[in-house]
Write a protein that binds this ligand. Structure first.
Ligand code: JCF
Length: 678
């Protein structure tokens, strides 16, 4: 017999549903959390306690039901009442213009057509059915006609409302969207998998598919999945707006996440502009997209246009260049980096991927080669996303030729022949040659001259290679002993460029302590750490005398970094180099350390949109000098947002949160007031 539920318990459970559903919506759909985590946990625990005392309180839409349920034996097949369509594709501007022309021809209209534009998420298409506002069933798209019942799995996704947030919803509402795994969640999931010796997933789409295909929804519950909705299917007992964009806004108010990049274009020209601007943002988006979906925004017009075969006439997907392609691994070579790390590099049959032709990809290290199980001669899948170095993501084992051969890691450095040593606990193998190894020397010099270090204009990689190969340059300090004649003798170097290089070298002598520290190329000391070290110790001598314990007092410096720093300053040849650099005239102003020099300490700033006078890295540098942290995304913790032309979702979010927003001019004025010379 079930206990009867006292009315006040029933009411309390309902109140807790409301609090938790609202908090979920704020957090997972709107990205603006408004309930502290601890309070959320208290409410959830209170509800769990109530439900365990009165099991009849457990309803399918209870916020406690997101943890997963008993495993299924198999997925049930579900026939979609209204078929789930596929999309036609366009691959260039002309095909988009054709799409628009066909629509206007069919409508017998010369007026521009309004389109709804949104990124095409690379995930799994799903259909969710709500009866009287309660999630009843979720299914995969499958072949468009028949899919699989994944209700249990979908319930575990926090951005899926279990109950809609309004009373006046249609009696029956089918919502369609894409379930996907954001890049950050994917990387974290793979990292965890690899830590325990598992393979991990090849890309976020496969990870999303694999997570939804779990018969045990408790596993799905552990996976960072999200839902973004893009249209409705069956609707009964209710009316929806006549514009697609308004339907999506309504769905958003009812509790669904919609794409924050969603926009309306007045005509096909604006569609092409949108495509280009999203293309530029593609690598920075927190999820993978493979194109842009354009839909005629008027639903009456959509009805007039109808369908061809399995795709609507009123929509198309303008694809971006694929980020993954197949090619053949021709050979593996080993490169030696600045710190001696020996990196296997895949030589590939050239392939067009992510918008460029790729003929090399990194294989990272020995562990990665073992994980991939790759051999020379294999057909492999290459991924190039944004400006990241192309990666080998997997091997197509079914295409392995009989003569495929194992990749052998060299025991000796391919450049200087010193033994290659594996460091215990580290995946990287290193050439033990140190600065005898010309590869390490070249990289050390290139790093020293790079933009964020001493910024020596005109000292390109090819020039460094030649200078080292010809024995004209052996160390960074040697740069300051170069003279005109030998420089002019180099390939492609006239008197003018040789003189320019000497001038740049002269100019580089005046630097800052953080840049100098960064330029030294101490392991694990990037720009931020160099800045923290400089700020903490104030001058180089204090830093050089610091032991590991003293070094660990510096912000963000742990035992590993402290060890590398201390070790660097213990080595006589490093001390000689530093002395030689000072002798050559390298100098910097003392770090200003007094309190007032960090007026933005503790503040987090976000830069978005285009900056026209300052470069992004300059703006960041100045803000950091004043003590600010510069972050990539806007949250309630953001202090100020600097927005330039083209700013999009971050600016909108800043407005929603009512954060201070500066344009570039106001930023520069603030910087000047703080004594920064621009
Ligand atoms: O994001 C997507 N993958 C996506 C797929 C977005 C859409 O607006 C879609 C879609 C598939 C079909 N619209 C349709 C009609």
């Amino acid at each position: 017999m079930t206990k009867s539920i006292p009315q006040e318990k029933q009411q309390r459970a309902e109140k807790l549903h409301e609090i938790l559903n609202h908090a979920n919506y704020q957090y997972y759909v709107l990205d603006t959390p408004d309930l502290p985590d601890a309070e959320y946990d208290r409410c959830l625990r209170e509800l769990q306690a109530l439900e365990s005392e009165y099991p009849a309180l457990i309803t399918s839409d209870s916020p406690t039901q997101r943890v997963g349920a008993e495993p299924l034996a198999a997925f049930t097949q579900i026939r979609h009442e209204m078929p789930m369509l596929s999309l036609d594709n366009a691959f260039n501007d002309e095909e988009m213009e054709d799409f628009d022309r066909r629509i206007r021809d069919r409508l017998n209209s010369s007026e521009p057509v309004e389109y709804a534009c949104e990124p095409k998420l690379d995930g799994i298409a799903v259909s969710l059915l709500y009866r009287n506002g309660i999630l009843e069933r979720a299914a995969t798209r499958g072949d468009g006609t028949v899919g699989e019942d994944i209700t249990q799995n979908v319930r575990t996704i926090y951005s899926v409302p279990l109950k809609l947030l309004a009373e006046d919803v249609p009696a029956l509402l089918e919502v369609r969207g894409e379930i996907y795994m954001p890049k950050a969640g994917f990387n974290a999931l793979n990292e965890r998998a690899r830590e325990v010796g598992e393979k991990g997933f090849v890309n976020p789409r496969n990870a999303a598919a694999g997570s939804l295909r779990q018969l045990d929804s408790r596993i799905t519950a552990q996976r960072p999945l999200e839902l973004c909705v893009y249209s409705v299917g069956v609707v009964e007992g209710g009316e929806l707006p006549e514009r697609h964009s308004a339907v999506l806004e309504l769905l958003n108010r009812w509790g669904f996440r919609i794409n924050s990049e969603m926009a309306v274009a007045k005509n096909i020209g604006e569609c092409l502009e949108y495509y280009r601007s999203l293309g530029e943002k593609r690598a920075q988006l927190p999820y993978d997209i493979d194109g842009i979906v354009f839909k005629v925004n008027s639903i009456p017009l959509q009805r007039r246009l109808g369908f061809v075969a399995r795709a609507p006439r009123w929509a198309t997907a303008y694809k971006f260049p694929a980020q993954e392609e197949m090619t053949r691994l021709l050979d593996v070579e080993f490169q030696v980096g600045r710190t001696g790390a020996v990196t296997p590099v895949a030589r590939l049959e050239p392939v067009f991927v992510g918008g460029v032709t790729v003929s090399n990809a990194t294989l990272h290290n020995r562990d990665e080669i073992a994980r991939l199980g790759v051999k020379v001669g294999d057909t492999v899948i290459i991924r190039r996303a944004g400006d990241v170095i192309p990666q080998v993501v997997s091997v197509v084992e079914s295409r392995r030729p009989d003569d495929a051969r194992d990749i052998e890691f060299p025991a000796h450095c391919p450049v200087c022949d010193s033994p290659v040593e594996a460091t215990p606990g580290e995946a990287v193998a290193r050439c033990s040659g140190g600065l005898i190894c010309s590869a390490q020397r070249k990289q050390a010099i290139k790093h020293f001259a790079s933009r964020k270090a001493l910024d020596i204009d005109g000292l390109g990689d090819k020039i460094v290679d030649q200078l080292v190969d010809e024995g004209l340059l052996n160390s960074v300090s040697g740069l300051y002993h170069l003279s005109l004649e030998p420089l002019m003798a180099l390939e492609r170097m006239g008197e003018k460029s040789a003189q320019n290089l000497l001038d740049a070298l002269e100019k580089s002598k005046s630097t800052t302590l953080p840049k100098f520290l960064y330029a030294l190329g101490i392991r694990e000391v990037g720009e931020a750490t160099a800045r923290n070290l400089a700020r903490h110790f104030g001058d180089l001598d204090h830093l050089m005398q610091a032991d590991s314990e003293a070094l660990q007092q510096v912000e963000d410096v742990g035992p590993v970094v402290a060890h590398y720093v201390a070790e660097f300053f213990e080595q006589p040849h490093n001390l000689e180099e530093i002395e030689a650099l000072k002798q050559a005239g390298i100098h910097w102003k003392a770090e200003v350390q007094e309190e007032g020099s960090q007026p933005l300490a503790g503040q987090t700033w976000v830069l978005t949109g285009k900056l026209e006078t300052l470069s992004r890295s300059e703006a960041k540098d100045y803000l950091q000098r004043l003590g600010a942290k510069v972050a990539g995304s806007v949250s309630a913790n953001t202090h100020t947002v600097v927005a330039g032309p083209g700013a999009g979702s971050k600016l909108n979010k800043a407005r929603e949160l009512e954060l201070p927003i500066l344009d570039e001019e106001a930023l520069m004025e603030m910087l000047r007031e703080q004594g920064i010379e621009i």
